[in-house]
Design a protein around this ligand. Structure first.
Ligand code: H2B
Length: 97
């Protein structure tokens, strides 16, 4: 899926206002949120749900897991930065926790 537009500064500000748990990273090309769970099983259950969501939306996270911690970074390679797809994905992920 190509043809996605990179968000401009105003749109990025809106994204962050709508998703305050996420922070801009990678020189404003990505957003990142860290999730802390009770144990590995909970973290992995969450990751499984995110994985299914990601494949359905054809938009895949970059993530890092250590035991009960999951760090997710969203960016759109096809846009060379943040796009509306990241906003959609962030909203869907937020609804899982
Ligand atoms: N995931 C993310 N995070 N960014 C993309 O640009 C992207 C993706 N592109 N998943 C999709 C797949 C693209 O590579 C395929 C070909 O649809």
């Amino acid at each position: 899926m190509a043809n996605v537009n990179e968000l401009n500064e105003k749109e990025r500000a809106t994204l962050l206002a709508d998703h305050p748990e996420w922070e801009l990273t990678r020189e404003e090309k990505a957003i990142t949120r860290t999730f802390q769970f009770g144990d590995f099983s909970e973290a992995w259950g969450f990751m499984s749900r995110v994985a299914l969501l990601a494949d359905r939306q054809d938009h895949h996270p970059e993530w890092f897991n250590v035991y009960a911690k999951v760090e997710i970074t969203l960016t759109t390679h096809d846009a060379g930065g943040l796009s509306q797809r990241d906003a959609t994905m962030a909203r869907a992920i937020d609804q899982l926790v």
